[in-house]
Design a protein around this ligand. Structure first.
Ligand SMILES: CC(C)(COP(=O)(O)OP(=O)(O)OC[C@H]1O[C@@H](n2cnc3c(N)ncnc32)[C@H](O)[C@@H]1OP(=O)(O)O)[C@@H](O)C(=O)NCCC(=O)NCCS
Length: 182
């Protein structure tokens, strides 16, 4: 369990599937975050995936529920672990739109970075977002991510093509950010 001032990151439970299912089927949330065209997903499928992962484990990813004010407001995690070069990808989605733009996502990302660098000993964390997701890009920059590259017009975003932005942060940059040296 990772505790911040506004959010707690905790393990995903089977009971969370229903609220997460609502978030996953919310077109606004999916279009804000997604690189892939949103597809409807059934609750049954999510429960089956949860059961499989609970049984078999998830050696290639670590996911958390984002909890605020006693409720699940979204989820986040690290995945695509690269053991030799010690990097991983980060993902975050606040599904409860009441919590957008109020610093909750930023705090979740900071907790995840601390977990990735200090606890799991990764040395680079990266992510992808589409260029129209200004809220996400600003939140990631505030956590120390820098833009590393762009795949031009890579994403079809329900009506137009937008760039896919690759961002990353190295362990030294994260540490410098903590101490205010960077
Ligand atoms: C992206 C996300 C995690 C960011 O978390 P958040 O709590 O909303 O973001 P924060 O409040 O920490 O920071 C938002 C920043 O964007 C700005 N912002 C808020 N609303 C905005 C808007 N509509 N357009 C542009 N910028 C906006 C804020 O002013 C703040 O920037 P600043 O600190 O430079 O002033 C969250 O909004 C989310 O999960 N959205 C839906 C799914 C998604 O987009 N996931 C990311 C996939 S890459």
């Amino acid at each position: 369990m990772l505790r911040g001032e506004k959010v707690t990151l905790r393990a995903i439970e089977r009971e969370d599937m229903e609220i997460l299912w609502r978030f996953w089927n919310d077109l606004d949330v999916e279009l804000a975050g997604g690189g892939d065209p949103p597809l409807p997903v059934s609750l049954e499928r999510l429960r089956a995936r949860f059961d499989r992962e609970a049984r078999e484990g998830t050696p290639d990813k670590t996911n958390f529920v984002i909890e605020a004010d006693g409720a699940c407001i979204g989820q986040c995690g690290i995945f695509h672990f690269e053991v030799a070069s010690r990097h991983c990808e980060l993902g975050v989605a606040i599904g409860d739109k009441e919590y957008w733009g109020r610093g909750y996502g930023r705090e979740a990302v900071r907790l995840l970075l601390d977990y990735a660098f200090r606890v799991r000993n990764f040395r680079r964390v990266w992510l992808e977002t589409h260029a129209a997701n200004e809220r996400a890009i600003r939140a990631y920059k505030a956590c120390g991510f820098v833009e590393e590259g762009r795949m031009r017009e890579h994403i079809w975003l329900a009506g137009c093509f937008v760039d896919n932005v690759v961002m990353g942060i190295l362990r030294e940059e994260w540490r410098a950010n903590l101490t205010g040296d960077g």
